[in-house]
Design a binder for this molecule. Structure first.
Ligand code: SF4
Length: 438
């Protein structure tokens, strides 16, 4: 029987030893890192859902490559191994492909990094999917079965999300996942300079609510009261009426988290339904207090307007994680200190801090590469969001690293983390569906 082994390489990665130590030690950082690392790989589970009989499938998520992973995959005697990895884990993916090649097992890779760097991925894997995987998956299976894989598969048009099959959540096994995941849309109408997710896999599209109802029902079989993370880049950025989606989510009995832009705080009709549908937390990219990265579109606004929107969202019982990027052009030691002062006193129920990272495929990557500012000695495993990979314009690399570590210490140490925990408690007391979420 032909078999596909699906291998998402998950896990939190940091190169800089001081930062790694900090990340593991800070109480405010650990839960978010754990939640991201434990998310099921929806893209691969969806491909499994469109894999017909007599093919069989297995799923092997792993934080890195070791003998246990290799043995588990080889034990399936796979016809093909489908690997997904982000930029930070792509070298692990290539290592796994190399080891499988020694056992004459063909590999195929897809996702954002492989789409941005297909030539590089072809050097390590037998085949590469560029862009959406769904439209070409049947061709991949047919070619794998006959031993005639092409080097590159690329759909001629974007995948119609109404044709999405039910993801094979059953492949996840019996162990309860902290979070399940569904995707209500793909891409984003904006094009922030640093963002790889918004356009690389095609234009902005929304998945019909009927598909989502089936996915939510399948998740409910596994967990009657699930915690769901929407695998969206900017939920509600489209123009559709959110009420049918809210109703589907409300009926699923899920609590959920998603990423949005602050403008939802100026839509009272949306806020009215959001908490009642089970939303407990949203992440909002404020990005910077001082600099406006190009491409932010209507998401760009004064800090006061953004904070008014954040307060409106939190008043409705939904906790907001404010997301900030450090190291944009113009960043100085003083601007980082001012950000630290703001973040220790701000009303955000939680915060996320990352270093600006020029992921391949982004306008930011092209700009820094073309001006010779990418650090030649930092390979993809440094593209973690917590390591510096380019020369800042106002600071040395070391100054940015040290300034970022100081900020992390300031914002995620016990006192500020406890203050935000208390804020979340107060916000969730106002939530119509829960008393506490922690
Ligand atoms: S709003 Fe968010 S998802 Fe959209 S392009 Fe900007 S960073 Fe990416």
């Amino acid at each position: 029987m032909p078999h596909v082994a699906f291998v998402p390489l998950t896990g939190f990665r940091v190169r800089e030893p001081e930062m790694l130590e900090l990340g593991m030690a800070m109480p405010g950082l650990r839960p978010r890192i754990g939640a991201i690392a434990g998310l099921p790989a929806l893209g691969l589970l969806t491909l499994a859902g469109m894999t017909p009989e007599p093919w069989t499938c297995s799923y092997h998520d792993a934080p890195g490559v070791d003998d246990d992973l290799l043995d588990a995959v080889l034990a399936q005697q796979p016809t093909i191994v489908a690997i997904s990895a982000l930029t930070a884990s792509i070298l692990d993916a290539y290592e796994l492909a190399g080891k499988l090649r020694e056992h004459n097992v063909p590999t195929i890779i897809g996702g954002l990094h492989a789409t941005a760097c297909p030539g590089e991925a072809e050097e390590h894997c037998d085949a590469v999917v560029v862009g959406d995987g769904e439209p070409v998956w049947q061709d991949v299976l047919n070619d794998a079965k006959t031993g005639s894989l092409r080097q590159r598969y690329q759909a001629t048009k974007p995948f119609d999300l109404s044709k999405t099959p039910l993801p094979r959540f059953d492949l996840l096994g019996d162990a309860k996942r902290p979070r399940m995941t569904i995707q209500t849309q793909r891409g984003c109408p904006f094009a922030c300079e640093f963002c790889a997710a918004s356009r690389l896999l095609g234009p902005f599209r929304e998945k019909p609510v009927a598909n989502l109802e089936h996915e939510l029902a399948a998740i409910q079989v596994i967990d009657p009261q699930p915690m769901i993370e929407l695998a969206d880049d900017n939920t509600f950025a489209g123009r559709r009426d959110p009420r049918p989606l809210f109703e589907a989510l409300r009926r699923s009995n899920a609590r959920y988290f998603t990423e949005v832009d602050w403008r939802i705080g100026e839509r009272p009709e949306l806020l009215n339904g959001l908490a009642a549908s089970g939303c407990v937390q949203v992440l909002i990219g404020v990005e910077s207090l001082f600099f406006d990265p190009p491409g932010m579109g209507a998401k760009s606004a004064s800090l006061q307007r953004i904070m008014d929107a954040v307060n409106a969202i939190q008043s409705s019982g939904i906790a907001v994680i404010g997301c900030f990027i450090v190291g944009c052009d113009g960043e100085t030691a003083e601007s980082m200190d001012r950000l630290g002062e703001f973040l220790t006193a701000c009303p955000f129920a939680d915060i996320q801090l990352t270093i600006q990272t020029p992921f391949p495929g982004t306008a930011l990557y092209r700009r820094l590469r073309d001006t010779g500012r990418l650090l030649e000695d930092r390979h993809w495993d440094s593209y973690t969001l917590f390591d510096v990979t380019y020369r800042p314009d106002q600071l040395t690399v070391r100054e940015l690293e040290q300034g970022f570590q100081k900020l992390v210490q300031t914002c995620f140490a016990g006192g500020p983390a406890r203050r935000r925990k208390q804020l979340r408690r107060e916000i969730w007391r106002r939530h119509p569906k829960l008393q506490s979420c922690e």
